[in-house]
Design a protein around this ligand. Structure first.
Ligand code: KG4
Ligand code: ZN
Length: 359
């Protein structure tokens, strides 16, 4: 058993956590300080503001995480920190904080890939065993991964432009619905009918890549058409547009999941499973259809609880704990990396969500 302090600051959440690693690992504390209020006026995360806020808040977050876990720093076996990918100023703030703590206490330092933190969370929450299939869908990321081990991932495909959460947010903006767009589009869609024909981008391609940018433009055109016909955006048209857009996203995610499952099952997993993570995994129809698909194909379906799905430091502590157990130790030369693909054997995607590095 070991105690790991985790630190995360790659986007707009300053987070620290303590996780006890063991037969079944346990999250002892999970402190997250968001920065929404700081960025609200700018319509997106401002990297410089984020970095400064992380630098101011990291020590507070670490102290709070240790206090809540009732663990002293010198009881920790390792300090795990997000070393990328992400907004470089924020990642540097976290890495510097972790290095300082490591030098002062003599506790080993372990650099963690933020995406590995997300991708390994189902091991912590559901005890999944390798290899399992992972669909990361959020405002910043969209990719299918096979997790073979804490350090080996195969990326089967991902978005070539926008991430689905980003598309939900933009569609909400187009239709005059509040942000974040996902929950408001989902709620509005409940009163609508998916009667408006919209594209299912890249569905005719045999790979696992996706595209959501054209879909969003198609919603814009359909909205303008409906508005011209009715002299304004009627409530029913708004709901029908939401329902039609959501149906298209569901079809794309489910259709591409079928292909990803085929590729994954070729690895003959002992206990086949699909895990979804990221904010978009909160969507009812997306979850329901992925769950049904998994039942049909004999896969276990899991989705970590939301607090461990969105950005947090417990996932970094947990991933760091697995790496630490595997012998990883980093020195003061640990670098902060803005880009750091999980699967280095694949060509980088053209776009992996434009909003930023947050997954
Ligand atoms: O993982 P997350 O909290 O962090 C970022 O990627 O920033 O994901 C947030 C994204 C937003 O784009 C939000 O609109 C989307 O997840 N989202 C949803 C739902 N709830 C949140 N998308 C679709 N349906 C939802 N119910
Ligand atoms: Zn993330």
């Amino acid at each position: 058993m070991s105690l790991i302090l985790g630190i995360e600051s790659s986007c707009d959440d300053t987070a620290a956590a303590v996780v006890r690693m063991g037969g079944s690992s346990e999250v002892l504390s999970n402190v997250v300080y968001g920065q929404n209020a700081l960025h609200a006026d700018f319509g997106g995360v401002v990297p410089e503001i984020a970095a400064r806020a992380h630098a101011e808040k990291l020590d507070v977050a670490v102290a709070a995480a240790l206090a809540e876990a009732q663990v002293a720093l010198n009881e920790c076996d390792a300090i795990a920190v997000t070393a990328g990918p992400g907004l470089i100023g924020g990642v540097m703030a976290g890495v510097m904080c972790a290095k300082g703590l490591s030098v002062a206490s003599g506790i080993p330092l372990v650099g963690v890939n933020h995406l590995a933190g997300h991708a390994l969370t189902p091991v912590l929450t559901d005890g999944l065993i390798f290899p399992y299939l992972m669909l990361l869908v959020s405002g910043g990321h969209c990719q299918f991964l096979i997790a073979h081990s804490p350090t080996k991932f195969t990326r089967l495909g991902g978005t070539i432009d926008d991430a689905p959460g980003e598309a939900f947010d933009k569609v909400a903006r187009l239709l005059g619905l509040p942000q974040p767009g996902g929950p408001s589009v989902e709620a509005c869609a409940k009163g609508g009918e998916a009667r408006i024909p919209l594209p299912r981008p890249l569905m005719d391609r045999a790979d696992c890549n996706m595209s959501f940018s054209g879909l969003k433009t198609a919603v814009l055109r359909a909205r303008d058409h409906a508005m011209a016909a009715a002299g304004g955006l009627k409530r029913q048209d708004q709901a029908d547009l939401c329902a039609s857009f959501q149906a298209s996203v569901v079809d794309v995610l489910v259709g591409k999941s079928k292909r990803a499952i085929d590729a994954y099952l070729a690895h003959a997993p002992e206990r086949p499973a699909l895990a979804v993570a990221g904010g978009v995994a909160a969507n009812g129809p997306i979850r329901a259809d992925l769950k049904a698909l998994c039942a049909e194909r004999g896969l276990k379906f899991t989705a970590p609880p939301l607090a461990l799905c969105t950005d947090n430091a417990a996932m970094i502590a947990h991933a760091g704990g697995l790496l630490f157990a595997g012998g990883q130790r980093d020195g003061l030369d640990l670098a902060a990396r803005p880009r750091w693909p999980l699967d280095q054997t694949q060509a980088p995607l053209i776009g992996s969500g434009k909003k930023g590095a947050k997954a």
